[in-house]
Write a protein that binds this ligand. Structure first.
Ligand code: PLP
Length: 419
């Protein structure tokens, strides 16, 4: 099963947090869906910015010019990460939620009574409530794409039925932070465009798992968050230039009237922007550890290679997790469970026991150095639809730095819990 050569030791050594021990044993972090660990290079980039280039944007003096260069490099790094042509269309902000709220206000200017906004029941609430608030202000109607009971994938017939000439906007996630399901976003975007709707993709959960290309998706907006892909707490929004320029952002008068500054409200966490570029560079550097690499690859090509390998490693982790969780008596996985369909999910797993609260399970695992999450993870539309409120689920998510041994530890602890 491990024939695939993934340089796991070289990777793990770069993450200081992964060395944490509890009762003499290494802690296993399965809380990536709530925020990943970061490599030393990201810590260094944040510290370097604060030590050496700590200065607001646009200064005339040397340190300020150095700072501006670091920040410009971050726009370029994120353009590479998202497969975008134009670094000026990369907007940094506090987090994905705030950026979606900001954009929603401006989009609401274009909506009116009779218009329809389409959201899904598999999305994090950050990709639902901002559009619901904006629709209320504009007098537009919100429609919700339902799920298939069983594996809780999106019901695509329901999507088609709810999409119409009245649809102005589709908001959909690339992957669910609750069930791990990867959604057929490209096809949905194309269908939405066919009726003249704009499209917004929430790539927050998908970003650490797979390559993103806004050009390939052909979406209108896409957002993600660096703290999920090995960076600091920083949100990123990409939008098409003509849309970002023609929408009216809620901005201060002296703030720039051009991209990207017109959408970057207030003074940003500049050290986190610097750290975000380092996270992209870290991911690109993983390609150098792979046999298929070559010295003259561009950063984009390295990211292609890295994510192909991450996908392969995570497929192995998903299969291991599926087999292990299925061996635990009474454990019910909510999401895709068929190993034949493992390519349709990332290794994020949510489960419940019929007779025991998710909190009890996560506390029991925590005592054994196994970090999992419990609750609804803000994927409230899903937990409500699946009848999982108020406790939500237990959620364990693997990232490229997790090991098969950690998954065995987790699933054997769960078996012990049930005995
Ligand atoms: C799928 C998904 N979308 C959106 C968000 C919100 O991101 P942020 O914390 O950057 O606002 C999260 C956070 O967990 C998420 O998992």
């Amino acid at each position: 099963m491990t024939a695939f050569a993934w340089p796991i030791d070289q990777i793990r050594r770069q993450f200081p947090g992964l060395a944490r021990a509890q009762q003499g044993r290494t802690v296993a972090f399965f809380d990536g869906p709530a925020g990943s660990q970061v490599p030393d290079s990201v810590v260094e980039a944040v510290c370097h910015w604060l030590r050496h280039t700590n200065c607001n944007r646009g200064a005339a003096f040397e340190c300020g010019r150095e700072s501006d260069a670091v920040l410009q490099a971050a726009h370029e790094a994120m353009a590479d990460f998202l497969g975008a042509d134009d670094p000026d269309c990369i907007i940094f902000g506090p987090n994905m939620t705030s950026l979606a709220m900001l954009l929603s206000r401006s989009l609401a200017d274009r909506w009116k009574s009779g218009d329809e906004i389409l959201v899904t029941r598999l999305d994090h609430d950050a990709n639902v409530s901002p559009w619901v608030h904006a629709a209320r202000v504009a007098g537009a109607t919100v429609r919700h794409v339902d799920l298939n009971p069983g594996d809780w994938t999106l019901n695509l017939d329901d999507f088609q039925a709810k999409l119409s000439e009245r649809t102005r906007f589709l908001a959909v996630g690339m992957a669910s932070n609750a069930t791990g399901t990867i959604n057929p976003v490209r096809e949905m975007i194309s269908a939405a465009h066919a009726v003249g709707a704009l499209t917004f993709v929430d790539a927050v959960h998908y970003a650490p798992h797979g390559r993103i290309s806004v050009a390939d998706l052909n979406c209108d907006f896409l957002a993600c968050s660096a703290y999920k892909f090995f960076g600091p707490h920083e949100g990123i929004l990409w939008g098409r230039r003509e849309l970002l320029e023609s929408l009216r952002p809620w901005k201060l008068r002296p703030a720039p009237d051009v991209l990207p500054g017109m959408w970057m409200t207030g003074t940003g966490a500049l050290e986190a922007i610097a750290g975000t570029a380092a996270a992209v560079n870290y991911l690109a550097s993983l390609a150098d550890l792979l046999p298929q690499t070559s010295p003259d690859l561009t950063r984009r090509q390295k990211l292609d290679l890295t994510f192909r390998a991450i996908t392969e490693w995570e497929r192995i982790l998903s299969l291991e997790m599926l087999a292990g969780l299925k061996s635990v008596p009474g454990l019910q996985i909510h999401g895709i469970t068929d190993p034949a369909h493992v390519a349709g999910r990332v290794p994020t797993f949510s489960w419940t026991f019929p007779d025991c609260s998710p909190r009890t399970v996560s506390e029991w695992l925590a005592e054994r150095g196994l970090c999992v999450w419990n609750g609804n993870a803000y994927a409230l539309p899903f937990t409500e639809t699946a009848g999982l409120e108020p406790g939500g689920t237990v959620r364990a998510g693997a990232l490229h730095y997790n090991t098969i041994e950690e998954i065995e530890r987790l699933t054997s602890a769960l078996r012990q819990f049930r005995n």
